[in-house]
Design a protein around this ligand. Structure first.
Ligand code: PMP
Length: 443
């Protein structure tokens, strides 16, 4: 009997013993095509020698130094590299160990900024429904996923949630995409007015929504209007690129494609590419200066922030993304994946939408295409699809979307950037077989 506390108490997952490129290998020798990079983590695939060598070299030099006393060479070099490529006036990097720690730190930094600026009445955070920002209490409060929140309600912070930007479901028939984007963004203005503008500290959103909705990109102009509203009211914009950042959408940061920069940016997953647990929060010079010229101390911290081995891994990963020209490859392969999915599922009566950016793609499943009605949750479509794919040696990330009875189940795909055309074909074939088993031919 295993003593590991598993994700699901009544299942014993296979034991992973190896990884090669886009494949994971279990103790029985079965190979799984990692079509979602775990949860959009393994952007370089498995067994990348350059990254593992960089980690070993750092371990030989220095495994750990507490940032209460010392910084380290890889942390300094990685911060420089990220800031060199970061949008806007992002100027400082705060390293943590994962995505939830990054968003949690962002919420606290936003609050402290306003305290330092002499506006302590600003304590309200606005976020969006159908979003995920992590599982710690602050991050969970910011997220709008009811299924994850429901047991913890009494413990959560009072965060306001506005509607997501979700063209497939929310755009009116007589609206253009741009008009819809503007309308969706204006929900932020209305909520700020409702709460009282000088009580609001920040707005938090994922540029391309991942785990709760399946790679939903924003409507054109949405984030430009969001940025404008934040500026008009002097409210901080926090972008959570934990899943969609680090090249996943074809640019190093997803928000580059929306032509805006946030005040605080959260990254994780692809930053360590699974080789080490690492996340980061980047903040603007204005925010950093407010702390530096105020109390001089960000009232936060964890034992493992700026870990030398984790930052050495992150440095090797970001260099690989940039030096191997992977962003261009993500753009090309992303277009190829979208058209392969469209030609395979475009006419399927239970596929309502195929969407995404770069190698971050989602398929939304519906009971009825015309009405967009979701499947009854009791059918457990997402769970069955995950199993059917896994049996066929495909790891993908299906999620039940029916928490609010409104949006459908979906499948998220986020394969390693190094995936070959043949492997991409294999991914789509295996997914099609799994969809056929669960939903039928559709013909
Ligand atoms: N934000 C987003 C957008 C995420 O997708 C996730 C993880 N799925 C998190 C935050 C939390 O990251 P972690 O699981 O590393 O704590």
């Amino acid at each position: 009997m295993s003593h590991v506390f598993p994700r699901h108490c009544h299942t014993q997952p296979p034991i992973a013993v190896g990884g090669e490129g886009v494949f994971l290998i279990d103790s029985e020798g079965k190979r799984y095509l990692d079509g979602s990079g775990g949860a959009a983590v393994s952007c370089l695939g498995h067994g990348d020698k350059e990254v593992t060598e960089a980690i070993k070299a750092q371990l030989d030099r220095l495994a750990f130094a507490h940032t209460g006393f010392l910084t380290s060479e890889p942390a300094e070099a990685l911060a420089d590299l990220l800031i060199e490529h970061a949008p806007g006036d992002l100027d400082r990097v705060y390293f943590v160990s994962g995505g939830s720690e990054a968003t949690e730190a962002a919420i606290k930094l936003a609050r402290q900024y306003w305290v330092e600026k002499g506006q302590p009445q600003r304590s309200r955070l606005i976020a969006r429904r159908q979003s995920y920002h992590g599982n710690t209490i602050g991050a969970l409060s910011a997220g709008g996923n009811e299924w994850r929140r429901q047991q913890f309600g009494p413990l959560l912070l009072d965060v306001s949630h506005i509607a997501p930007c979700y063209e497939y479901r929310e755009r009116g028939e007589d609206e253009t995409a741009e008009e819809y984007g503007l309308r969706a963004a204006n929900a932020l203005r209305d909520e700020i007015e409702r709460l009282g503008p000088d009580t609001v500290m920040a707005f938090m959103a994922e540029p391309v929504v991942g785990a709760t909705s399946g790679a939903v990109p924003p409507a054109p102009g949405y984030f430009r209007r969001i940025r404008q509203i934040c500026d008009e009211y002097g409210i901080l914009l926090i972008l959570d690129e934990v899943m969609c950042g680090m090249g996943r959408t074809g640019t190093l940061f997803a928000c580059e494609q929306d032509g805006i920069a946030p005040d605080i940016l959260c990254i994780a997953k692809g930053l360590g590419a699974g080789y080490q647990p690492i996340g980061a929060m980047l903040c603007s010079k204005e925010i950093y200066d407010a702390i530096a010229q105020g109390s001089g101390f960000f009232q936060h911290g964890h034992t493992y922030i700026g870990h030398p081995v984790a930052t050495a891994a992150g440095l090797a990963v970001v260099r690989a993304i940039l030096d191997r020209d992977l962003l261009v490859q993500v753009q090309r392969k992303g277009r190829a994946l979208q058209s392969a999915l469209e030609s395979r599922f475009g006419q399927h009566p239970h596929v309502g939408d195929i969407r995404g950016r770069g190698l971050f793609r989602g398929i939304e499943l519906v009971a009825d295409r015309a009405s967009k009605a979701p499947f009854d949750p009791s059918l457990r479509i997402a769970a069955r699809l995950k199993k059917a794919a896994f049996v066929r040696g495909l790891i993908c990330y299906p999620m039940s979307g029916t928490i609010d009875g409104k949006h459908g189940d979906h499948v998220l795909l986020a394969p390693p950037f190094i995936i070959s055309d043949a492997e991409m074909g294999m991914l789509v074939d295996r997914l099609a077989d799994a969809v056929e088993e669960v939903l039928g031919h559709g013909g």
